[in-house]
Ligand binder design. Structure first.
Ligand code: 13P
Length: 301
């Protein structure tokens, strides 16, 4: 074990901390996490942990979600600048405008939103449960923000009419149908999996469409090889869990610069200094908690 990993493990015990890491984290960060998962799995872990401190190796909206659902815990985000451009693509003012234009229509917000936006929504969702969450509503119309691509994916699968936001994840826009065709020719029989945050042309040529949690199940249940259409950190997770299977990135350009801001050094410093702490002010926290807890209730039934 390297010296820094030893220091992190020691401090983690002293602080009664748990380290949660998203599937897109750097390999060495994934390797020191107590739990690595998708947005839904991480929210559930943050909800049920008995630790006093959560070190969240991910981006800000994930740490905010943990702070909202576990208000009695200290949530640390090792780099306070690790944001999410998609989450910035809808503001409270824009959402209020959308709600005013569609009075009485319920709002589902992707978990990739800031806390003040979650506070304005009826229900939260992740890529793992977006369709299920939309279908859980009685209304025939649903406002879905901010991801237009995830929204269009759900729209393909539901009879409800979705009013979509205009946001998108830049990291998931780098794939091209031409490059996928070239990879398929290079790796005959390869299965192409892709995240629903991508455009419909790409999803149309995929063998599997799903969030990072779904991809892990798909990889477990199939022989591969696999072409992985999401952020490249996912390859480490998949390789760890499936020794001997081949995983090829759909694009080396699919790198989320924010996820990559979290390093082992920053995890250590966060535990040493108990900084940066992520908090969400009231009444935003209580209002946002309702939309997150409604989602978790559906997924833990
Ligand atoms: P999931 O891990 O929930 O699929 O989401 C990944 C993501 O796009 C985070 O922005």
């Amino acid at each position: 074990m390297s010296e820094i990993v030893e220091q992190i493990q020691k401090l983690k015990k002293q602080r009664n901390a748990v380290i949660l890491g998203h599937n897109y984290q750097l390999p060495e960060v994934q390797d020191i996490a107590d739990f690595v998962g998708d947005s839904l799995g991480l929210s559930l872990k943050a909800h049920e942990t008995s630790a006093s401190v959560i070190v969240f190796c991910g981006v800000r909206f994930m740490a905010e979600t943990a702070a909202i659902i576990s208000p009695d815990k200290t949530v640390l985000l090792p780099d306070a600048q690790a944001g999410c451009p998609l989450a910035e693509m809808i503001s409270v003012a824009e959402l209020r405008e959308l709600k005013a234009a569609h009075p009485g229509v319920p709002v589902v917000c992707y978990i990739n939103t800031n806390a003040d936006v979650k506070a304005e929504c009826d229900l939260c969702c992740t890529s793992a449960n977006a369709l299920e969450i939309v279908e859980s509503l009685e209304s025939e119309e649903v406002i879905f923000v901010p991801d237009k691509y995830l929204g269009s994916y759900v729209q393909e699968k539901t009879k409800k009419h979705l009013i979509l936001g205009k946001g998108f994840c830049p990291t998931h826009q780098v794939f091209t149908v031409e490059e996928i065709a070239a990879l398929k020719a290079e790796y005959p029989g390869a299965l192409f999996m892709i995240h629903p945050e991508t455009n419909p042309d790409l999803r149309a040529v995929a063998d599997y469409v799903g969030g990072t949690g779904g991809m892990r199940v798909f990889a477990r249940n199939n022989p591969g090889p696999f072409i992985v259409g999401t952020e490249v950190g996912m390859l480490h997770r998949l390789e760890q869990e499936n020794p001997g299977k081949l995983f090829v990135p759909a694009s080396e350009r699919a790198v989320c610069p924010n996820m990559k801001k979290i390093t082992l050094e920053k995890v250590l410093w966060a535990l040493e200094d108990m900084q940066p702490v992520i908090t969400v002010e009231e009444p935003t926290a209580s209002l946002a908690r309702r939309s997150i807890e409604r989602m978790l209730a559906i997924n833990t039934q």
